[in-house]
Write a protein that binds this ligand. Structure first.
Ligand code: ATP
Ligand code: MG
Length: 441
């Protein structure tokens, strides 16, 4: 086990003061997997007061539950060993009591692969067979799965997150309990649900996770329920709306959370917009706009930050519109969305396109690469995309006698519009001449 230097310092310091201490949870799991742990957690028999006294700088946010964060090269969370009382409200334990027993602390943890501890003195402490499950790729609750998910339903989404990240399979009893207890997710705070949902979406094995557990996903995002099994009756599609959705999510880059979130929601408007045409083909006219409305409501309910909500909603709305095929059209799109969002739109369309029937995917992806080439060509010309980038501004217009205010705004917008269209050059002379004409209009 390769200990992080800050974690090693914490373990040494606690042991030196006579308190048993272990690295615990995710860092042990990830180390055994040969992966770099995202953060290092330590548990100890020392009480929070005793822990805090051993380090120069600490943050004491989670003190109620016995957590002290030592502020070292990297912050290390140090938690006093504890057991939890019964869960009465399916959210939090009725009480927490400190213990000196590492096994008792590990027993309250969610999955065997997360219920291991390690110290230089004891080596691996693994009372529930976490190491074997890790080697076999098995996700297994500590204790009776149904009880553990009834205590805290967020664990179901955590399970899905580990399945998505690690490609593991839930053992049969854990699998069954995930499905049976999924309705309890409605009782969990939306902030916790949203954050785990993003974790699920970021996984490398997101397709297996989402396709394997539609009842879990739709418990968290009920708006998606009608898409599951919804046949498209279209030559462009070989999957139902849900499977298409999942394959699109999985086709997008793992680190693009907003793009993956967009793809999860992109076709949620399809079931309500379904019509069969004269030839017996499924049509979904207007599903982008309908989906955007649903996505907006859904993201508000999940308390998604405003920037992400607006980005995702816009992308859902226009995901099915073709990209512009002229320079002017591309400039207008850039002015409206900004470069970042146009690039996101391309990622969305690429993933959406690749999850279609092969012939349809091929033609979509072909058109998309033409759109992308057009985007690069337009960006290379560094066109003005906002009024502020025009070669004349408020000062020049004032000299022409335009008062600042709505009139000035109107003229600047008109000038920008014409440069975007390509009918006006972004040069002082032409801009001033055109401004004079606009003043008299
Ligand atoms: P990550 O690498 O994503 O941080 P993690 O396993 O470290 O994964 P954390 O949320 O940081 O996850 O939690 C740390 C540890 O606390 C877990 O490994 C697990 O042992 C325990 N734990 C966290 N949440 C729960 C929960 N809801 N129920 C039971 N145990 C939990
Ligand atoms: Mg962690």
């Amino acid at each position: 086990m390769k200990l992080d230097p800050s974690a090693k310092y914490v373990l040494d310091r606690l042991r030196g003061a006579g308190f048993p201490a272990w690295a615990v949870g995710g860092c042990v799991r990830d180390s055994l997997l040969g992966a770099e742990p995202a953060d290092w957690d330590v548990c100890t028999a020392a009480l929070p007061e005793q822990t805090a006294a051993l380090f120069e700088r600490v943050a004491r946010t989670g003190e109620k539950h016995g957590t002290v964060t030592a502020l070292l090269d990297r912050p290390i969370e140090i938690t006093t060993l504890r057991t939890e009382g019964a869960y009465l409200d399916r959210r939090r334990p009725s009480g927490v009591s400190f213990t000196g027993d590492i096994r008792a602390d590990l027993a309250r943890r969610d999955f065997t692969i997360n219920a291991m501890a390690w110290s230089p003195e004891d080596g691996l402490v693994d009372p529930f067979g976490g190491r074997d499950d890790l080697a076999a790729g098995v996700l297994r609750c500590v204790g009776v799965p149904k009880e553990r998910f009834s205590e805290d339903a967020l664990r179901i989404l955590r399970a899905l997150r580990f399945i998505s990240r690690l490609g593991f399979e839930a053992e049969p009893e854990t699998d069954r309990a995930m499905r049976e207890c999924a309705p309890y997710l409605k009782e969990i705070s939306v902030e916790r649900v949203y954050s785990e949902l993003l974790g699920v979406l970021r996984g490398k094995h997101v397709d297996a996770a989402l396709l394997g557990y539609p009842e879990v996903v739709t418990a968290a995002v009920p708006e998606l329920a009608p898409t599951v099994g919804f046949a498209q009756h279209s030559p462009h599609h070989i999957y139902d709306v849900w499977e298409h959705t999942v394959r699109a999510v999985a086709a997008a880059p793992e680190d693009e959370a907003a793009v993956r979130l967009t793809l999860l929601l992109h076709d949620m408007g399809k079931p309500s917009k379904y019509r069969m045409d004269e030839t017996g083909r499924g049509r979904f006219r207007g599903h982008g706009a309908a989906g955007a409305e649903m996505a907006e409501a859904c993201l508000r309910r999940l308390k998604t930050d405003r920037e992400t909500r607006e980005e995702v909603t816009t992308l859902v709305k226009i995901h099915d519109e073709p990209l512009p095929d002229t320079e002017a059209g591309m400039r207008r799109l850039l002015a409206k969305l900004g470069e970042r969002q146009v690039r996101m739109l391309i990622e969305v369309k690429r993933a959406d396109g690749s999850a279609r029937a092969p012939a349809s995917a091929e033609s979509r992806l072909q058109r998309l690469s033409e759109g992308e080439a057009l985007l690069e060509r337009v960006l290379a010309q560094k066109p003005p995309l906002t009024a502020a980038e025009l070669k004349i501004g408020g000062a020049e217009l004032m000299e022409l006698g335009v008062p600042s205010g709505p009139e000035m705004g109107r003229i600047l917008e008109a000038l920008l519009g014409e440069t975007l269209d390509g009918t006006l050059k972004n040069e002082r002379g032409p801009l001033l001449a055109r401004a004079r004409e606009l003043i008299n209009e």
